[in-house]
Design a protein around this ligand. Sequence first.
Ligand code: ZN
Length: 308
Amino acid sequence: MKRNFIKMRNRIMITLAGVCLAVGTVCFATAIFGLNNERLVERNPVPAMKRGVDSASSFYAATSKSQFVSKVSSMPSAVSDMSSATSAVSSTPEAIPETPRNPSGRTAYLTFDDGPSSLTAPLLDLLDKYRVKATFFVVGTNDRDETAHLQEIVRRGHAIGVHSYTHNYRQIYASADAFFADFDKMHGLIQQATGVNTKICRFPGGSVNGYNKATRKAILSELKKRGYVYYDWNVSSGDAERKTSPRMISQNTIQGVMSHRTSIVLFHNTSLKGETLRQLPGILAALQKEGCTFSALTPSVDNRSFIF
Ligand code: ZN
């Protein structure tokens, strides 16, 4: 009887010891695993910009239009707001690198047609903020601030070129003489305002358009004789087309620039192009992050790749 009791007690004690050992092992393992998991997270924090937004196009996809637009309610006083909107969505100190961290050898010549306008000053501020030099193909506006705008474009280190004085297709493409009467007027206005004897230009509507079929050859020949270099573009932001959504302006530009080693990008700078300004911070931040360099056009830039 006593032996049976001792046997039973031993079994119970062995069982209890086994249970304690098992529970202890589970607790210990859980504690270690949990700690390791936390350490793993601390050691490898995922940078905000790495969370699925590595490429320029996906950067935009991750940055909704409303994030920009909600901060930018009105133009043109919105440039400072635009800046904060940009830094809010693009890892703050890295948004405007001094020099690209990963130079890609990719160059983009941003061009702005049809200005100057009331949106020239905010555009110049924005380009300064991103340390970007661009090119302005200007028109005659009869605006009393035109001289000041032209001067400021040059003072800030951008290139300036002739677009047209009247921008009236029927009038300027009627003959070579009509074209140069208009062209010379704009060239003179630029030179008088800024002292720059510009040698670069862009045809209204591009070098091949629906109005210059009969006069194109004569105009090109005279232009060459006078030593001017004209530039079309190989990337269009689409900002002049009514059907282009704000998101498409960014997508067209980013994808276009990323698919060329050298690109000339068409934008506009009339007083109606507030959306272009609103999209630019996102565009510039994304492309600078990809190592893209922005330069102003000079007549030495070979125009052959940029003629339609
Ligand atoms: Zn134009």
